[in-house]
Design a protein around this ligand. Structure first.
Ligand code: DP6
Length: 346
C-alpha cells in the first residue's frame, strides 16, 4: 500500500498527531445517567504544555486486526478495547473497514502516576480521523475523544477549556487575565491507581452517601473557578480549585469500600501549600485520581516555588507546565502541520 499523509476521503492512509495532557481546575467525577460517557458535572481545565502524547495511526487493507503499541508495549485487552471503540467510530464515519496500526508514545513516564488518557485519546482522535480521510472540526474531534475519555475531550483545545455537564464537546475559555499561570507537577509516587477512573466514578456514585452533595456543589465550584480565571483573581480560582479537589476526594473516600488515592506525602504537601498561601505566596494544590500533587502558581513566583518544592521531603521530581497548545496533526517528520489551528485553539 502507498502510505500518504494526505489521504483523500474514502482512501485511508497514515497520520500523526500530538496532544497535551490537562489538569482540571474544577473537577469532573461522575457520569450522567444519559449515558454516552457524558459527564454529570461541568469541569474546567488547563492544557499542560510539558506532558505530551504523540500518536501515529495507519489504516491498511493488509492488516487482519488492529495492532496497538502504547509506550513501546502491546496494549492490554482493556486498553485495546477502548482504542478499538474509537477506531470503530472513525471507520463508521469514514465508511472504511481497514484495520489500523496505532503507535503511541508519551514524553512523560506512565509509571509516574500521571494520567495519560486525556492526551492519549485526544492524539488518537486527531490521528485516526486524519488517517481515515475525515476532515473533522475541533468540536467533532473533541466529541470523539470525549466519548472515550471525558478529560480527553478537553485536551483537543489549548489553554483553558471547559466541558459543561452532559455536553458533547468541550470548548475553549479565552483567558488573558491569568495566562501567566504555571502548574508544577510534584511527583511523589509512581504507584498505580487502585482503580481506573471510569470504574472508580461509577463505584463512587453507587456507594458514596455524599455523592449527592458533590453533584450539587461541583457546578458552583466550577462557576467560582471560572470567574476567578476570567477576572484574574488568583485567590478566587485557588480556593475554588482546592474546594473542588477536597470535595471530590471526600466523595471518593466515602465510597464503600473507599477509594483513597492520597498518600502521606500528598497530605504533607496540602498542609505546606496552605501554610504558604496564608503567608501570601500564590500557591494552590490539586490532585486527581492519584497521589501526585499539582501546584498552581504564577510565573513570577516560579523560581521560589521550584526551589522550595524540589527540596521538599518525598518530592522525587518536579515537572513545570505552562498553558499548552491544542491537539494538532504532525507532518511525517514530526513537525506541526496545523500551526494556525494550534494558535487558534490555544
Ligand atoms: C479526577 O476523563 O479519566 O482527572 O471519562 O472515565 O475516561 P473517563 O474519566 P477521566 O476522568 C478524569 C477524572 C479526574 C478529574 C478531571 O480531570 O476532571
Amino acid at each position: 500500500m502507498t502510505i500518504t499523509n494526505e489521504p483523500s476521503p474514502g482512501s485511508p492512509g497514515l497520520a500523526r498527531a500530538e496532544a497535551c495532557a490537562n489538569i482540571a481546575l474544577a473537577k469532573y467525577w461522575g457520569k450522567s445517567a444519559r449515558g454516552g460517557n457524558l459527564t454529570a458535572v461541568p469541569s474546567l481545565s488547563m492544557t499542560l504544555d510539558a506532558l505530551r502524547t504523540r500518536t501515529e495511526v495507519s489504516f491498511s487493507g493488509s492488516l487482519g486486526e488492529d495492532e496497538l503499541s502504547l509506550n513501546g508495549v502491546a496494549a492490554s485487552p482493556q486498553e485495546a478495547a477502548r482504542v478499538i471503540t474509537l477506531l470503530d467510530r472513525v471507520r463508521t464515519s469514514a465508511k472504511i473497514s481497514e484495520r489500523a496500526r496505532v503507535t503511541s508514545l508519551n514524553n512523560f513516564p506512565t509509571a509516574a502516576g500521571l494520567a495519560s488518557s486525556a492526551s492519549g485519546f485526544a492524539a488518537l482522535a486527531v490521528a485516526a480521523s486524519y488517517a481515515a480521510g475525515l476532515r473533522s472540526s475541533c468540536g467533532e474531534l473533541s466529541s470523539l475523544a470525549r466519548q472515550s475519555s471525558a478529560s480527553a475531550g478537553r485536551s483537543v483545545y489549548g489553554g483553558f477549556v471547559e466541558l459543561l455537564a452532559e455536553s458533547d464537546q468541550a470548548s475553549s475559555v479565552p483567558s488573558t487575565r491569568l495566562n501567566e499561570l504555571v502548574m508544577l507537577v510534584l511527583v511523589t509516587s509512581a504507584e498505580k491507581k487502585p482503580m481506573g477512573s471510569t470504574l472508580g466514578m461509577n463505584h463512587t456514585s453507587e456507594t458514596s452517601p455524599v455523592y449527592g452533595t458533590w453533584l450539587e456543589q461541583a457546578p458552583l465550584l466550577f462557576g467560582e473557578a471560572k470567574a476567578g480565571l476570567l477576572t484574574g483573581d488568583f485567590n478566587r480560582l485557588a480556593n475554588a480549585m482546592e474546594d473542588s479537589t477536597r470535595l471530590m476526594h471526600a466523595t471518593m473516600m466515602t465510597a464503600r469500600p473507599p477509594l483513597i488515592y492520597l498518600r502521606p506525602a500528598t497530605i504533607e504537601l496540602m498542609h505546606e501549600v496552605s501554610l504558604r498561601r496564608e503567608q501570601g505566596y500564590p500557591e494552590a494544590y490539586t490532585m486527581d485520581a492519584g497521589p501526585n500533587v499539582k501546584l498552581l502558581t504564577r510565573a513570577s513566583h516560579l523560581p521560589n516555588a521550584l526551589a522550595h518544592y524540589e527540596a521538599f521531603l518525598g518530592v522525587e521530581r518536579v515537572i513545570v507546565c505552562r498553558p499548552g497548545p491544542g491537539a494538532a496533526r504532525l507532518s511525517p517528520e514530526g513537525e506541526l502541520m496545523d500551526a494556525s489551528r494550534t494558535q487558534e485553539l490555544s
